[in-house]
Design a protein around this ligand. Sequence first.
Ligand code: SIN
Length: 309
Amino acid sequence: MTELKESALGLDIVPLAGYIGAEIHGVDLRDPLEPAVVDEIRDALHRHKVVFFRDQAIGHGEQIAFARLFGKVTPAHPHEDNPPEGFPQILPIDSRRYEENLGRKRTSYDNSWHTDVTALHNPPAASILRAHILPPYGGDTTWTNLVAAYENLPKDLRDFADRLDVKHQFNSRAIAGSQRDRKVREANLVAYHPAVRVHPVTGERALFVSPGFTRGAREIRGFSPSQSERILKLLWEEATRIEYTVRFRWAPGSIAFWDNRATAHLAIADAGHLGHDRVLYRVTLEGDVPKGVDGRESELVSGEPFYGS
Ligand code: SIN
C-alpha cells in the first residue's frame, strides 16, 4: 500500500519503492520557497536518496536558483566546454550531441551504473536533472540505494569492505584524437575512494563503488588486478541489486534530485536505436572529499578539485 506523507507545509511525499525514491507534490519551483520547505525537501532527499518533481515549468536560471538553495553549484562538468550560452552550470544530456562527440547515437552520455563524476577527489554532493525532450517510450533512469546495499551485506563482508580503497578514473569514450578525447585525457581525473563512505549529514554508510568509474582501473589498493576485479564484481552486484532500485519514467518538466553520496544511477539504453531525441539538463552541487568509516579521506591522484559558487 502506498504510504502518503502530507506535511504541514502542504507537500505530499509519496514513496515509490521499498528502499529508495519518492515523488514530491505540492510545490511549484517557479515560486520562492520558504526555508521550511527547503528543509523538508532536503530531509526527504536524505531519507529517500532521490526525489522527483513533476510538471515543473522552469528553465535553466530557475533550475540553478533551486539548486543554490541546497549548496554551491559547480560548473556543468569538468569536461564540458559547450554549456548553453549564459549558463555555465548547465550540463546538457543531449542525444543530438552524442553522435558528434562519441561517434554513435545514444540517449545519455553514460549507460552504465555510476555515481556522478567519482573520478574527482570531491565528487558532487547531489545532482538535479530536468527533462526537456523525451522519446515517446524508453529512456527511463534507475537509481539504487547504496546505503541499503551496504547495510544488507553480511557483517563480515561489511567489515572487509570498510577497509578497501578503490581507484576511480575518468576514461575517454570520445572518438580517439577528437577535441573531447584530448580534453578528457589532459584532465586525467583519478582518485582513490574508500569503498564504504560515511555520509557527512546522515552518518550512514554507503557502498561507494561507482561501476562506471571503477571498471576501467579495476584496482583495489593492495590487491592484484584479478583479485580486485573479482572483489569489485561482487560489490557492484550488491550495489545494484534490483530490490534497492527505483525506475523513473520521465515526462517534460520532470525533475530528479539525487543524493550523489548515497546512490548510483543507470540511464537505460533502450531508446538510442529508435532514433528519438532525449534532452535533459543537469546541475550538480559541490561535494566534500569522501571519508571512510575510520575517518580516512579519499586520495587525489590526478586532476583538480571541483568547486562551485
Ligand atoms: C546522468 O548520468 O547524470 C544522466 C542520467 C540520464 O541520462 O538519465
